[in-house]
Design a binder for this molecule. Sequence first.
Ligand SMILES: [Fe+2]
Length: 186
Amino acid sequence: MNKEQIIRDAHEFMETHVPSTRPKEGYLSHVLGVLDFALMLAKEYNADAFILEIAALLHDTGAYVGENHCEESAKIAQEWLAKYELPKPVHDKIIACILHHSTNSDISGKGSIEEQILRDADGLGFLKNNFIEFYDIQKKKHLPSEAKAVSVLKVKDMFAKVTTEKGISLGKPLLEKALEYFKSAS
Ligand SMILES: [Fe+2]
């Protein structure tokens, strides 16, 4: 099977497997935002765009488990990838990207350039498309001041996990805009 077909299948799988805990619209905007940044950074750093496209599309499929969703997403991706018989290094890199895309990752060092890029893209995608949705969800769980504090912390954490030079330059204005939003948000 060619790569284009696998990518089309991955898009379809992502759209039909929205985690039960995530509103569909926000989930799609997040994943597609992450994909855009991942491909942009892949170009910048000569990284493998196929690995990043598949990893970006599947990175949050296990988000319904909450905290340890990287492991769950990696497990789902592994099962999904089995039918394609990709070369082992390609398969393993996709799984490593998904496994290490969160700030909760305990890997030492930054991993491959593809792993770094997916982590960056996840942070950037959140800062561009999802922090307001995150805040809205927090407001349902916490008192207003606490919801704001949790959201500001989350925004800062998502920026902190961006490590490539290009990612940081893309993320700075997004971080500023998000923090500006919280100054007057109610
Ligand atoms: Fe994500």
